[in-house]
Write a protein that binds this ligand. Structure first.
Ligand code: GLN
Length: 232
């Protein structure tokens, strides 16, 4: 046509690189997952464009604070601490932190971690949880930037256990990662889309409006079912 199309704004959205089922590269090397599909569906619903930027979780969080990214969707837990520097969307998924270890049953509870090494991911609530209990249980903390490297450290036996988000650890185990979850989820709370506090108000409003539309029209349910099956 000849009428000029209204130019759509493109937002830079930071995400974790490997955090299935929320974000991961599929076998065609395309980024997919609940967060990715939600973000694209919300953008479509609200008439804006997104450029997804996968990086480590910690870098994703920092890229919003430095203004390099407009927002972050990365299975990011809405916490009191983060609300000092982020404005969060309405919650979109419930989560919690679990301990996973090798399935051989040698490490099944926190009290067996004494003198051992425990793997966590930099800047996550799992890392925060480990910090809060490592003196009491007498373990050492080793940090990784990627969930895969953290699992690997437990699989090789370097670390006795790791702390990971419950839906992510469950998904990894279902996909064949040879680890077992031994604790009930703790620090339970929802994930939210985040922008730098006081910035990108319009983007945040559109996210919330889009999320409400997707919940109402069944698209949210379709996206979560795509990765989690009917049970969720
Ligand atoms: N939900 C956890 C957090 O917000 C972990 C997020 C992640 O590893 N991508 O810290």
């Amino acid at each position: 046509g000849t009428s000029p199309a209204k130019a759509e704004v493109t937002y830079q959205i930071a995400t974790d690189s490997t955090f299935p089922p929320f974000e991961f590269a599929n076998n065609k090397n395309k980024y997919v997952g609940i967060d990715i599909d939600l973000m694209h569906a919300i953008a479509k619903d609200q008439g804006f464009k997104v450029n997804m930027k996968p990086t480590s979780f910690n870098s994703a969080v920092q890229s919003v604070q430095s203004g390099q990214s407009d927002g972050v969707i990365a299975g990011m837990s809405i916490t009191k601490e983060r609300e000092a520097t982020f404005d969060f969307s309405k919650p979109y998924f419930m989560s919690g932190v679990v301990m996973a270890a090798k399935p051989n049953g040698k490490i099944t509870k926190l009290s067996q971690l004494r003198g051992k090494r425990v793997a966590v991911k930099t800047g996550t609530s799992g890392a925060q949880y480990a910090q809060s209990i490592h003196k009491k249980y007498g373990f050492r903390i080793v940090t990784f930037d990627e969930s895969n490297d953290m699992y690997q450290d437990v699989l090789t036996g370097n670390s006795a256990a790791c702390f990971e988000d419950s839906p992510v650890m469950k998904y990894a185990v279902r996909q064949g990662t040879k680890l077992k979850i031994y604790t009930k989820p703790t620090l339970n709370g929802p994930y939210g889309f985040g922008v730098k506090k006081g910035h990108n108000k319009k983007l945040l409003r559109m996210f919330n409006n889009g999320l409400a539309d997707l919940k109402a029209n069944g698209e949210y349910a379709r996206i979560t079912r795509r990765y989690l099956g009917a049970k969720g």
